[in-house]
Design a protein around this ligand. Structure first.
Ligand SMILES: NC(=O)c1ccc[n+]([C@@H]2O[C@H](COP(=O)([O-])OP(=O)(O)OC[C@H]3O[C@@H](n4cnc5c(N)ncnc54)[C@H](O)[C@@H]3O)[C@@H](O)[C@H]2O)c1
Ligand SMILES: O=P(O)(O)OC[C@H](O)CO
Length: 336
């Protein structure tokens, strides 16, 4: 049986490891940093810190030792905060087998380099494109851990790899679609976190569904502009990795990015919101690297620009709203 190592025992790493265990096509080992979480998974089949009250599959095992998790793993799934990925890969690299397929569950863009997570993986581990993939889509971890129905996209430019991974994680409640558009799938996931921050701010300011729908729709338009400039198929962004994930994340109180924005919009200071946020809200840091990428390619991303202003340059929600609404009148365009 294929061995899969899931590196990162937070919300999504644990929930996705449970999907793999429920799918029953692989022997799955979850690797977190803390021995007490590994013990709770092994002995009580739960992760009380990240998914309290959820019963995990008893076949799912866990360890806090990366070498043990990675030993013999044919598939390595990674779910750590995007900005720590490169440092993590450097410590894990000696234990990752040369033929292993490495799968990113992460939705961020690296600060400083503006590289997507699959690019960081390929660069650090010197892997060919057939060995790097992503799983993305409307996947709020808590709902999936509760085994509520969900769909996803498994993307890899090498189709047989995407299809192989699709079969490993397909279960009664988790339906993955395959795609060869790695760029579109990955950028859809990363940019939607930035748009969810903006939607959260609007909700926190007391605005209703017109404002939310406007941000989601124009957010998708700027995502498409960037993704197409980087070589994606614009249809990918109309699917689960783009529109699907935007709708789920921007609508859900479970979203850490939307919640982060909502707290800021309701009048808390950035410092207060950061202090209250215990889990990873990727859009906060990735907004900067995504904007850098957009500027490098001459792409206009006004919502992302407003989010960067609020997250990093002391722009108030009211000032961000004014800047967005007072832009010059334009024809509506979707995409380039
Ligand atoms: N939670 C979700 O619903 C969800 C769904 C889809 C994708 N994602 C993406 O998955 C990625 C991980 O998110 P998450 O929800 O699991 O985050 P999380 O905050 O719940 O967990 C992060 C995990 O990484 C570990 N970690 C933190 N800093 C680390 C470091 N320096 N080195 C190694 N490990 C470290 C933490 O201990 C924890 O186990 C993010 O990119 C996120 O956007 C999350
Ligand atoms: O909780 P968030 O904001 O990181 O969003 C979770 C997932 O990415 C939704 O698909």
């Amino acid at each position: 049986m294929t061995k899969v190592a899931v590196m990162g025992g937070g919300s999504w790493g644990t929930a996705f490891a449970n999907v793999l265990a429920d799918a029953g096509q692989a022997r799955t080992v979850l690797c977190g940093r803390r021995a007490e979480i590994a013990a709770a998974v092994n002995e009580r089949h739960e992760n009380p810190d990240y998914l309290p009250g959820v019963k995990l599959n008893p076949e799912l095992s866990a360890t806090a030792d990366p070498a043990e998790a990675l030993d013999g793993a044919e598939v390595v799934v990674v779910a750590v905060p995007s900005q720590t990925l490169r440092a993590n890969l450097r410590t894990w690299a000696p234990h990752i087998g040369p033929g292993a397929v490495v799968v990113s569950l992460m939705k961020g863009v690296e600060l400083g380099t503006s590289l997507r997570m699959s690019e960081v993986i390929a660069e650090e581990l010197a892997l060919p494109e057939s060995q790097v993939a992503v799983v993305t889509g409307p996947n709020l971890a808590r709902e999936i851990a509760e085994r509520q129905p969900a769909t996803a996209v498994v993307a890899c430019p090498h189709e047989p790899t995407a299809v192989r991974l699709q079969h490993l994680c397909k279960s009664a409640y988790f339906r993955p679609y395959s795609s060869t558009d790695l760029v579109g799938a990955e950028l859809g996931g990363a940019v939607k976190n930035v748009i969810a921050l903006a939607v959260g701010v609007a909700v926190g300011m007391g605005f209703g569904d017109n404002a939310k729908a406007s941000l989601i729709t124009r957010g998708l338009a700027e995502t498409v502009r960037l993704a197409v400039a980087l070589g994606a198929d614009e249809h990918t962004l109309a699917g689960l990795a783009g529109m699907g994930d935007l709708v789920a994340t921007c609508s859900s109180p479970l979203s850490r990015n939307r919640t982060f924005g909502e707290r800021l919009g309701s009048g808390l200071t950035l410092e207060q919101v950061v202090a209250e946020t215990k889990q990873t809200a990727e859009g906060v840091k990735s907004s900067e690297s995504i904007l850098a990428l957009a500027r490098k390619h001459g792409i206009d991303m006004p919502i992302t620009e407003a989010v960067v202003g609020m997250m990093h340059h002391d722009l108030s929600p009211a000032e961000a709203l004014l800047a967005f609404m007072s832009r010059s009148a334009k024809p509506e365009r979707y995409g380039v």
